[in-house]
Design a protein around this ligand. Sequence first.
Ligand code: MCA
Ligand code: AMP
Length: 503
Amino acid sequence: MYDGNHLARTLRAASSGRESATFSTDPATGQTTSSGALWERAERVASALVSLGVEPGDRVAVQAEKSLGVLELYLGTILAGAIHLPLNTAYTAAEIGYFLSDASPRLFVCDPSRQNEFADVISGAEIKSVLTLDADGNGSLTEKVESAAPFQGPAPRGADDLAAILYTSGTTGRSKGAMLTHGNLASNAETLRDLWQFTKEDVLIHALPLFHTHGLFVAINITLVAGGAILLHRAFDPDAILADFNRATSLMGVPTFYTRLLAHPDLTQDSIASMRLFVSGSAPMLADTHREWQARTGQTVLERYGMTETCMNTSNPYEGVRKPGTVGLPLKGVELRITTAKGKVLPRGEIGGIEVRGPNLFKGYWNMPKKTAEEMRPDGWFITGDLGHIDDDGYVTIVGRSKDLIISGGYNIYPKEIEATIDQIEGIVESAAFGVPHADFGESVAVAIVREAGGTISADDIMAKISGELARFKLPRKIFFVDALPRNTMGKVQKNLLRSGKI
Ligand code: MCA
Ligand code: AMP
């Protein structure tokens, strides 16, 4: 019988025999945790989950502030053979209600301060167990973990079993749960460790959230498979990051991290002397930002490209030319092609849809076989919805998206969700949400709204009505009123005209 647990075994191998090595340091308190202590806690979490009736294949949803406890819950869930389902801490009760109903987790872990607010959606989704975890590691989950029975060993799981479900924006309808397998996560982590040359000597500044692919599967999984360490920042604070540069080797961030660091006067070549790698992704980094970073620090940011559904697809090389404005070359084992909408492969240099195939590709959308089929070619190529081209050296450049999506500070926001929320408001005929350039976040949300004839509802009224429904990062930064939305002959709203200010 298979007696392992594919992902947990892969993530743990590098620290086996080096249990006393530091895994994480809290920069605020200086408190350190060894890799042995991390896994010992994760095993206790797994025992606690089993005692609650969590079985292999069950979902364990968590919306909790960033802490080591969240990481222990992730690893404990994997050891128990269950499926980790992390949720953005900014989500409102209404948003959480959708995820709980759709994924029907066996257990939901949330911050104690929000348990009452979630009571209705928890009972609506018929969640059997709810536990709490706060930013300092306190809560009923911790109490359960502390009294947990000895660990009985990981639940057997193989490469094709699910390890996580991450919800991602949908261009129509609601968010889709991307099902990621043990094999997807393990192979991507090992490939990136090798490509970016992560070793047990590495110390990564970790300032990303733990509920997305970038902060969890790229940053944490790579560090674990390399046997390295993290400086676990609770949030992104340029002063605190700069203060850590002299004891770290690497940083992973969204472009907003880099533009904010560039605005800091203390960022100099000397300040980053011990750093060997700066990675950027989740959103396009302007070629100007690349050049400015090079000029200020003497180092070149390594940009890579991924998706929740695919983990990482491409990366600029560690050794070799990193081309600003490109996302580099397909990763080892990953195939990438440029096609027409019908899937005809285009010659090098031509712009078309980016499709990928490989061991990194997810298993499909949770409970949405039709959606999965729509985005997958019969021979296994995934249609990313990104548009790009490949140059003569094989480097991929992303030039836009065929999907209607706004990426703000690395968070994906789908216009359809904002429009649907606004259109429900009395006095509104229809709306169109779209992205506009934003110096800090790359893009921000603007909405054009058509009011009923003679209507007087104001932008403030609209903001007040949608604030309780949508997470704050999704809220429009600009609302304006138009007599009618511009449409083409097919009836499609021409957002490019709204964006250009011509309407
Ligand atoms: C915060 N706010 C935002 C954003 N973040 N508004 C728009 N876009 C954002 N990204 C708003 C808050 O709602 C709040 O508004 C105000 O800004 C201050 O909030 P605060 O939390 O203090 O903001 P911050 O700490 O300055 O956060 C900015 C940030 C953060 C550090 C850039 O957004 C962040 O960590 N982004 C990374 C997201 C990420 O990990 N993406 C990876 C996805 P108010 O005052 O109105 O309440 S994975 C992925 O995309 C793929 C797989 C890939 O390739 O990696
Ligand atoms: P998500 O749905 O959060 O997984 O976001 C994935 C999307 O982020 C991709 O489909 C791209 O549109 C975008 N993305 C990720 N990395 C990059 C990058 N380096 N440059 C441009 N876009 C990126």
